[in-house]
Ligand binder design. Structure first.
Ligand SMILES: CCCCC/C=C/CC(=O)SCCNC(=O)CCNC(=O)[C@H](O)C(C)(C)COP(=O)(O)OP(=O)(O)OC[C@H]1O[C@@H](n2cnc3c(N)ncnc32)[C@H](O)[C@@H]1OP(=O)(O)O
Length: 391
């Protein structure tokens, strides 16, 4: 099997990978699908041989890398010489998958092949006997175009507040984006808000009581933030409007943040009887100095986009009238840069911080678990729900 894939890739990949455009593909995420079986994987390998349309060198390299990871595990061969262009590109694609587990690589391979041949997914599911209906998530929309995977908060009637389901959808979207063929990943919001933060009904509407909800919430939050800490490609926020709570604190883990001049940045944790999350107790003082971080995280001072830019939380601010046009033009150009180079540079920048970020995340989550059960927090949430308070 390996020889077949090797031949296919070699035939398809005669030169160094160029930057290829990938067709528009909209992927709705929902509950994770059943894990791909060995049979699904072998079906997908055969499916690749039958593809009528050349999917482009980037996809072929990704297929090669996932195949090797799924069958041999992490890259265990020495790097080809600098002039062995094809094998070096293949080695780099495989090596970039790091310690991705074999089962995950197998699943990602099957998903990637499914996305190349829309009819194959249904037939794969039929063969494995898994008649699982993938629940579509309307609240997180993931699209891929021009080398950019876009993850959009899509719940405008609730100002894009994040439900428990949306946290899970985002974890899955980031997992898929980390091995898809895009060069960069972008978060943005639908409607007038970027995101109003955690959905304040998450805990009150959870079955099984507050204690159980707080326990589960802390585990989910930790996994959610970890997926941002570990995300291997450039991660960009396109902040189209006001951002609140966790949608602001997460920005400290992004590689670039572009904002409309209509955006605001608000972390009202004390007003809500809560404490900072998403590593902001570490990243914010580092980014803006402890005095300015204190104003935001302890006193809930809301920043305009220009103030956030002056503090280093935002990369650049654009007039709202031209924001979308200007930013997507720029991002499409960035997405044409060599993806491996960007990924490796990000790895160098993030490497020395990772351990610290994971430790901070763990501590913030266990602190929050206690906070969510506190009287201060419960009263603040009840007050919002009974419409006595608004930010
Ligand atoms: C796994 C768990 C992890 C948990 C991680 C913890 C993170 C901490 C945080 O994120 S703290 C931040 C939480 N967010 C807030 O406190 C914002 C609360 N919302 C508001 O104050 C206001 O709604 C507003 C300022 C965002 C917008 O005000 P506006 O007057 O413009 O609009 P409405 O208030 O009428 O809102 C429209 C509808 O949207 C609902 N809504 C808005 N935000 C939230 C939210 N965060 N949670 C739940 N619902 C929200 C609002 O209730 C309205 O709904 P309705 O039309 O049905 O009344």
């Amino acid at each position: 099997m390996a020889a077949v894939t090797w031949r296919v890739v070699r035939r398809w990949c005669p030169s160094l990978p160029q930057v290829f455009r990938f067709p528009v593909a909209q992927v709705h995420l929902g509950r994770p699908k059943m894990r791909a079986s060995q049979q699904d994987f072998e079906n997908a390998v055969n499916q690749v041989k039958l593809l009528k349309k050349d999917p482009g060198n980037q996809v072929k390299l990704q297929l090669y890398a996932l195949y090797k990871q799924a069958t041999d595990g992490p890259c265990n061969v020495s790097k080809p010489g600098v002039f062995d262009l094809v094998n070096k590109a293949k080695w780099e694609a495989w090596n970039a998958l790091g310690s991705l587990p074999k089962e995950t690589a197998r699943q990602n391979y099957v998903d990637l092949v499914s996305s190349l041949s829309p009819s194959s997914e249904a037939s794969n599911q039929g063969k494995s006997g898994a008649d699982v209906k993938v629940q579509e998530s309307k609240d997180i929309v993931v699209t891929s175009e021009d080398g950019i995977t876009k993850i959009m908060f899509n719940r405008p009637p609730k100002k894009n507040a994040i439900t428990f389901q949306m946290y899970q959808d985002i974890i899955l979207a980031l997992k898929n984006a980390s091995t898809d063929n895009s060069a960069i990943t972008v978060f943005t919001g639908a409607g007038d808000y970027y995101c109003s933060g955690n959905d304040l009904t998450n805990f009150t509407s959870a079955s099984g009581g507050m204690e159980k909800a707080a326990e589960g919430g802390a585990v989910l939050l930790r996994e959610f933030v970890n997926s941002f800490i570990d995300f291997p490609k450039p991660l960009v926020a396109v902040v189209n409007g006001p951002a609140v709570g966790i949608s602001v604190t997460l920005l400290g883990l992004f590689d670039a943040v572009y904002a409309s001049d209509k955006a605001t940045f608000h972390t009202p944790f004390s007003h809500l009887g809560q404490s900072p999350e998403a590593c902001s107790s570490y990243t914010f003082p580092k980014i803006m100095g402890s005095a300015k971080a204190t104003e935001m995280l302890l006193f809930g001072k809301k920043l305009t986009a220009r103030e956030a830019c002056a503090q280093g939380l935002v990369t650049e601010v654009f007039p709202d009238s031209t924001f979308k046009k200007e930013i997507w033009t720029r991002l499409k150009a960035y997405a044409k840069l060599p993806p491996n180079s960007m990924r490796i540079s990000k790895q160098l920048i993030r490497k020395n911080e990772k351990e610290k970020l994971h430790a901070v995340n763990a501590e913030e989550c266990s602190t929050l678990k206690e906070r969510w059960l506190s009287e201060e927090c419960i009263n603040a949430i009840m007050s919002f729900l009974s419409r006595k308070s608004k930010l």
